[in-house]
Design a protein around this ligand. Structure first.
Ligand code: HEM
Length: 510
């Protein structure tokens, strides 16, 4: 009896001591290894370690969130970190959050940190192992094969497509002049989806019976991915199967995948018959599409049918919402800043009258318009954060990161850092005039990411955006309807607003 009375407290004491020791290296209640400073100093002297809401690290901080609360949570974390990068212990892994350009640089430049983190797993059912989600050899080979699809000459051929879609949209906008307000979210996404569909797949979505269903399926896929982003329990496939919109997701994926797969099959038949450059089903001359680069790679044995599907779906996904988000925010900013709008109008008025004759070079020369687009991307980056993962223990920013540590680079916060962009919440396109960028940190402005895994479509996107903005500015004066204070920003797959963005267009005369 005496032994028992003495033994039990001793064992408890021993367990407590062991647990304390273990807890120094491992965050026991969050089931993960801790980060350590490489030089042995306390971690808190290097970065901010965010206390969780419970004793289980930050595991339960993000439960039942909505897209807007996810956005606010990230901004609050950034504010609480007081200008330092910060750490969460989150569902079995440390999650290192970078909000400073200086440390982001090392990650962007690293040739080892190329693997994407857990958030991208949610995209895999849609995108498979496409350029955005793949890693290692597969990514290297695909990136190399696809780079020519974004060559300057190819962009030149896409310009005609952008202009055609632009004419169509401007017609619709003329009809809106009579109305009280134009809802940008109702017209801009259709423009960018049509553009990416024709440039990537070589088909005109508006001419296709399945076009509407495809568009709807893309929206439905996004909605489910968003649902999962907002509840980390739904990252787990079984939990998602049991409690998420699993069935709906599978149905929408099937529609989107069948659509792209059938177009690929059709184009492959033409490709094999060497009929590219001939006429399509509607009797029109076939133009180059990015898909052709993939079919040529298939003929060389570099990629299979599934690989082509994954890449095409990735282009559709990456090239659609990102660009429309940027266009919507830029048009809103132009409406809210009349002086900026007038300066842009002055610049685009110097372009030739005949829109069809404007070249890529001439669009490139719209320097101030580009400053406006950049400033809009700085304040409202379509992709507010990106993720990486350590596939083995590594040292990053002087921190020893255990295997599977997640890294989030918060592009949004980096580009609102007052050290690099004084008065960061003010819309000031002049910041991007060449003379004002000389001393800026090279990684302070990164809306397209940077380093090896930067956006392959950035020139494509800027050209597409410029073509539409120039046409809108030449035809209409844009007046504000939505005030900035009316908007709630959300962290969806891309940055967006909870409310629809409205402007009023007034036809320009002369
Ligand atoms: C304003 C428009 C756009 C923005 C802000 C944007 C931003 C980005 C960012 C931040 C990344 C890095 C993602 C990451 O590391 O997780 C990325 C990657 C990518 N983007 Fe874009 N993007 C835009 C338009 C486009 C367009 C139009 C296309 C295709 C036509 C495209 C295709 C891609 C692809 C394929 C990747 C993956 C590249 C790789 O990992 O090698 N993007 N984009």
């Amino acid at each position: 009896m005496f032994e028992l009375l003495l033994g039990v407290p001793l064992i408890v004491l021993l367990c407590c001591v062991l647990l304390r020791r273990l807890n120094r290296k491992y965050f026991v209640l969050s089931l993960c290894k801790r980060l350590q400073a490489e030089d042995g100093s306390p971690l808190e002297s290097k970065i901010a370690v965010m206390p969780g809401r419970t004793r289980f690290g930050n595991n339960f901080d993000l439960l039942n969130f909505t897209p807007s609360t996810v956005f606010n949570f990230m901004r609050d974390s950034c504010a609480n970190a007081r200008g330092r990068n910060y750490l969460w212990y989150f569902f079995g892994s440390p999650m290192y959050n970078v909000i400073r350009a200086e440390e982001a640089e090392e990650i962007f430049q690293s040739t080892k940190l190329l693997t994407k983190n857990v958030v991208y797993d949610l995209l895999r059912p849609f995108l498979g192992e496409g350029l955005l989600t793949s890693t290692d050899q597969k990514w290297h080979a695909r990136r190399k094969a696809l780079t020519p699809a974004f060559h300057f000459n190819v962009l030149q051929s896409f310009l005609a497509i952008f202009k055609e879609e632009c004419h169509k949209l401007v017609k619709v906008l003329h009809e809106s002049v009579e109305s009280e307000a134009l809802v940008l979210n109702q017209v801009i996404p259709q423009f960018t989806l049509n553009n990416i569909c024709e440039t990537a797949l070589g088909v005109k979505l508006d001419d296709m019976a399945e076009g509407f269903q495809y568009r709807e399926s893309i929206h439905a896929i996004e909605a489910v991915i968003l649902q999962r982003i907002c509840n980390p329990f739904l990252y787990n496939s079984l939990y998602f199967y049991l409690y998420g919109d699993y069935r709906k997701h599978i149905d929408s994926l099937k529609i989107a995948h069948d659509f792209s797969s059938s177009i690929i099959e059709r184009r492959r038949r033409d490709f094999k018959r060497k009929e590219l450059g001939g006429v399509d089903d509607f009797g029109k001359k076939q133009r180059y599409a990015m898909l052709d680069t993939l079919l040529a790679a298939e003929a060389d044995g570099q990629i299979d049918h599934q690989g082509i599907c994954d890449e095409v779906n990735t282009f559709m996904f990456e090239g659609y919402d990102t660009t429309s988000t940027c266009l919507i925010f830029t048009l809103l900013m132009l409406a809210l800043h009349e002086d900026v709008q007038e300066r842009c109008l002055e610049e685009v008025s110097a372009l030739p009258e005949d829109t069809d004759s404007i070249s890529v070079f001439q669009f490139n020369e719209l320097v101030f318009l580009e400053c406006v687009i950049k400033e809009s991307l700085r304040m409202f980056p379509s992709v507010p954060f990106i993720g990486r993962q350590c596939t083995e223990e590594c040292v990053v920013n002087g921190l020893v990161m255990p295997r599977d540590t997640h890294i989030n680079i918060h592009i949004y916060d980096i580009m609102r850092d007052p050290r690099h962009f004084p008065n960061p919440n003010a819309f000031q396109p002049e910041r991007f005039l060449p003379e004002n960028t000389v001393d800026r940190h090279p990684f302070a402005f990164v809306p397209f990411s940077a380093g090896q895994r930067n956006c392959i479509g950035q020139k494509f996107a800027i050209l597409e955006i410029k073509v539409l903005l120039a046409a809108v500015l030449r035809n209409f004066k844009i007046l504000p309807v939505t005030r900035f204070e009316d908007l709630t920003i959300e962290n969806g797959i891309v940055l967006r607003t909870q409310q629809k963005v409205k402007v009023k267009l007034v036809q320009r005369v002369g």
